[in-house]
Design a binder for this molecule. Structure first.
Ligand code: FES
Length: 79
C-alpha cells in the first residue's frame, strides 16, 4: 500500500482544544476519522501529531491527499 485510503471525499470539522495533542490518521484506515485508531499497522503510514494552538473548529483532511496535513486544502476535489 503506497497510496493512503480515501476515508471520505471531504473534510471533517472538529472542535479542538487549545494545548491538546491530536494524532491525525495518514493511512485513511482508521474507524475514528480524522484521527488515528492504530489501524495503520497493516501499512507504511504513521499518524501525524498535531497540537492545537487555540480552541477552534478546524477542517481536517479525510481524503488523505492534502498538501497541508492535517488540514483540508481542497485536494479531495481532484480525486
Ligand atoms: Fe491511520 Fe493510524 S490509523 S495513521
Amino acid at each position: 500500500m503506497s497510496e493512503p485510503h480515501v476515508a471520505q471525499r471531504g473534510p471533517l470539522a472538529v472542535t479542538v482544544e487549545a494545548g491538546k495533542e491530536y494524532w491525525w490518521c495518514r493511512c485513511g484506515l482508521s474507524q475514528s476519522q480524522p484521527f488515528c485508531d492504530g489501524s495503520h499497522r497493516v501499512g507504511p503510514f504513521r499518524p501525524l501529531r498535531f497540537r492545537a494552538l487555540r480552541s477552534e473548529t478546524l477542517y481536517f483532511c479525510a481524503c488523505k491527499h492534502t498538501a497541508s496535513p492535517p488540514l483540508c486544502d481542497g485536494s479531495h476535489k481532484r480525486l
